[in-house]
Design a protein around this ligand. Sequence first.
Ligand code: SAM
Length: 274
Amino acid sequence: MLEVWFTEQQTASVRLGLRVDAILAKQKTPYQELVVADTTAYGRMLVLDGAVQTTTVDEFVYHEMLTHVPLMVHPNPRQVAIVGGGDGGAVREVLKHGSVDAVHLVEIDQRVVEAARCYFPALSESLSHPKAHLHFTDGLQWVREARNFDVVMIDSTDPIGPAIGLFQPEFYQSVAQALGPEGVMVAQSESPFLQPAVIQTVVRGMRTAFPVVRLYLAAVPTYPSGLWSFTLGSKGPLPGPLDPRRVVTPTRYWTPAVHTAAFVLPRFVEDLLV
Ligand code: SAM
């Protein structure tokens, strides 16, 4: 029997292999190579420049932990911006918070949104919500002009190509300027096993712009090593005990207990942050 396998070269010496049932789309956009395929184990998958971005089986972990953690740390999030995130999964989660008046998605590559609308309706439906505003431009420039946001989320690709600037201290300083006095930001910051230097770059960069910087973890099986990190920067609010009156439903990974536990770091990860 013919078997087709997708291989992601995650580092020079680590690969992920997923059995593929069908390839649905493959195109070069002005920014990257985009592939949509159905996998046997993880459902439908979006791949950009050879790197898995999202799969229908494990996307909930990443999207819930990217969004609900900073939204719960902020006392009353109303204005939210997401840089990247063209699949729509982060917008879907943000809209579960009744306090949010508007969520701005700043995606450099319109083709990602078009592919999401075509192949990932459960993620991209949110992009048609009246509170969702789409901007097809470079997040680096857009954030420089933005002001008075409560939460800014960086839902980017890896630090290569158009995303390089999103991992630099100057960008975190622009994000801090774009936030109000109690503003909170979060950035996906890769794997402590396979990209420890990225975590250090993000944490050190954010420390130049925010008085409070904390790392937290979640298990995302299709991302390199499966153990994924997020870095939260805050101008004031601390990730402490949650107000029990603030709930978010429905969720499949995030709970108040998971939220608190995610900030408890194994020793080898703590050691990266000194
Ligand atoms: N969940 C995914 C992950 O962590 O691997 C990220 C998903 S999302 C599809 C990443 C998006 O960031 C891509 O669609 C890419 O086009 C976008 N992106 C990369 N650099 C960007 C930039 N400078 N401004 C705005 N969007 C950018």
